[in-house]
Design a binder for this molecule. Structure first.
Ligand SMILES: Nc1ncnc2c1ncn2[C@@H]1O[C@H](COP(=O)(O)OP(=O)(O)OP(=O)(O)O)[C@@H](O)[C@H]1O
Ligand SMILES: [Mg+2]
Length: 302
């Protein structure tokens, strides 16, 4: 889905500052068990249809998909290649217009907005993280964040540097601030991409296979950070992945097949861990302690 990359400019006009507890990159297990009051969906999509091509070449990538996401939750979207995961993520994240259906986010029907309103919605409320990192090759880690603040928000140099350094520090990148992408490891690049996403304190974080180019340790760290963004900052996080080892980090797991949503499973209330099938249990035996990151999440329905 090459068209996604054109929306990845870090420019943003959002003026929110970090005000919450800092995330700690090196200890994903530090996340405090949350007791959350159940809230309504912050993102609600109904009856989504999306096709590509025409005539005999026509592909129906989304076939009547409905989905609800809530704030403070990390959602995984899984399924075979070509099942429509990236298309669904793009449609509900205001990047790709559906043929039919509605997406309501923060009380607004986003696909009824005009282009200016859509652009404002993306810039203010959404962050996008993709497999390819989409960092500027010529800029250092610090500058990747500073441009978001200086160009997007009009922040002064001193303020931009202070905020950039704070976020880099929160993600364990303080000693990498001076490096350009060519000198960083894949995991470091992805953490800089996450830092850039975080600096605007988004309501929604959309990530398409953010860990697929990383080894397991770096992948675990990245998903741990996304987990913390949802828990500690109250963001709604949707992650497309093929990696079943990430399931223990999630609140809910959605499964797609042939353009349809098959499964929406909340994390099991007794363990906080959902195993969708035997395969996962084979890959991640329940006694494997480092994977059991989530404590039970109690949802108060009253
Ligand atoms: N720009 C496009 N032009 C034509 N067909 C497309 C386009 N984007 C997606 N498709 C088709 O839509 C279907 C769903 O694609 P999508 O990229 O959403 O799948 P996916 O589940 O993300 O797959 P993968 O796991 O391989 O990334 C596929 O059949 C794909 O070929
Ligand atoms: Mg995809």
């Amino acid at each position: 889905m090459a068209h996604l990359s054109r929306f990845l400019s870090p420019l943003t006009r959002f003026r929110g500052l970090f005000s919450r507890k800092p995330a700690r990159a090196n200890d994903a297990r530090s996340a405090v068990p949350a007791i959350r009051k159940a809230t309504g969906p912050t993102l609600e999509a109904t009856g989504l249809l999306r096709s590509f091509g025409s005539g005999s070449e026509k592909t129906f990538a989304l076939q009547n998909v409905s989905i609800e996401l809530r704030s403070g939750e990390l959602n995984l979207l899984m399924g075979p290649s070509g099942s429509g995961k990236s298309t669904l993520l793009a449609v509900i994240s205001a990047l790709l217009r559906p043929d039919a259906g509605h997406v309501r986010a923060m009380g607004q029907d986003i696909w009824r907005m005009n282009e200016t309103e859509l652009e404002r919605f993306r810039l203010r409320h959404c962050s996008y993280i993709f497999q390819g990192y989409n960092l500027f090759p010529a800029l250092t880690a610090r500058q990747q964040l500073e441009v978001v603040l200086q160009w997007g928000e009009g922040a002064g140099r001193t303020e931009a540097r202070k905020r950039a350094d704070r976020v880099l520090g929160q993600l364990g990148l303080a000693n990498k601030a001076h490096l350009r992408p060519a000198s960083m490891s894949g995991g470091e690049k992805q953490r800089v991409a996450i830092a850039r996403a975080l600096v605007k304190n988004p309501s929604f974080v959309f990530a398409d296979e953010p860990t697929s180019a990383l080894d397991w340790d770096n992948g675990q760290q990245v998903i741990g950070l996304l987990n913390e963004i949802s828990r500690e900052r109250g963001a709604t996080v949707l992650v497309v992945t093929h990696d079943h080892r990430l399931v223990p980090f999630a609140d809910r797991v959605f499964e797609m097949s042939d353009g349809r949503l098959q499964l929406d499973a909340p994390a099991a209330p007794d363990t906080g861990v959902f195993y969708p099938d035997q395969t996962l249990i084979d890959i991640c035996p329940p006694h494997e302690p480092r994977l059991r990151l989530r404590e039970p999440v109690y949802v108060n329905t009253h």
